[in-house]
Design a protein around this ligand. Sequence first.
Ligand SMILES: [Fe+2]
Length: 437
Amino acid sequence: MPYDRSVSADPHELAAESVWHIDVPEIRFGSHAVDELAFQLRDLGVDADARGLVVTDDDLVAAGHADRVGSHLADAGFAVDVYDDSEREPSVEAIEACAAFVRDETDDGYDFYVGLGGGSCMDTAKATRAVVANGGSPLDYVAEPTGSGEPLTASGPPLVLVPTTAGTGSEISPVAILSVPAEEIKEGISSYHLRADAAVLDPTLTTTLSPELTARTAMDALGHAIEGYTTHAYDSLLRATDPGTRPVYAGRTPLTELFSRRAIGLLSGHVRRAVHNGDDLEARENMLLGALFGAISGLTAGASLCHAMAYPVSNRYHTRHGETIAVLTPASTIGYNAASDPGRFAEVAELFGVETTGMADHEAAEALRDEYVQLQRDLNVLPSGLAELAGVTADDVDWLAARTVDSQERLLRCNPRPVTEDDVREIYLDALYNWEA
Ligand SMILES: [Fe+2]
């Protein structure tokens, strides 16, 4: 959705935004919530004998989760097909392949869709439903200049997302992230029509996650929570001349701040337990709740600089999203952005459990960075910086900085502190080594 912080359709109407709203899917949460998936679908108006598609991947099939969901839906009377070819960090071609599967199997699409898995499976389900419902191909809906920038005009039949990781927040967000291999970039399709109708979050689906995946997705979730808490405020934007044209990343609000604060405490307080003892269901439940709250906050207020810098890295070096966020957060979200509002970062330090009594705000923000890095070290499974993550060297940062500024304007304009290409270069350099490995 085109939006510019500094330009209004009518200069006489220039004024600060004074209204916020929140739009999240219906949410069902808790142990064995997935056993209520059929109820949830019927509640969304899906007919008792409807035919649906579960979009997942072969890891989820191997873990038995796809079977569990498929049998549950079949027992409830639905006809269910399973598409288990979702790829990690899906490309435009991967979405085309899933949409082609739908068009081969049905006349005009399924009656409902379920996305089961991590962010990649859920994004595949979201983008596929959108492409089938609106026609054409994924690139038609990717922003210019990579795509045609056409708006989605239809949501399609009901879509329920069932995350099996505690982190990406795709079950809440109005965005699907796609890679465009020909251009070596990651792009988002961004639209209210992309958002799922419901999210079913069941911590019993997350106990099979490896320590590595648990740590990576947790760092992504923590990134959403902190970025959401420290991004620009909704009333620092220009007022939308039409309520329908408000951007999907609309700035922090009193409500998103509440969710951020709780998310930061839940995630930083339970991630060590969840990583070191995957069967700790209480820790898993708190992580899933923290990730949900982080997403409600960060993915409606808006992710910012760190996410903008992560996409060129993961595209060029094929690194995973969560670990990329993990290595970039100390230098970007905390190190660079703390100057935008040191008092707010001091609050984040307190939420992390840092003893800040007697510290000036900027000292508390520095202590937050130290604590965040210590947390990563304690998890034992995360890289110490961009160098260890992907062999990035000082020679690579010019390319990364140029690519960030060229391709990530959607996220950079949400950053609470103005940022230039030189700044981005310095932040990448700062992120090469967060500690000595
Ligand atoms: Fe993220």
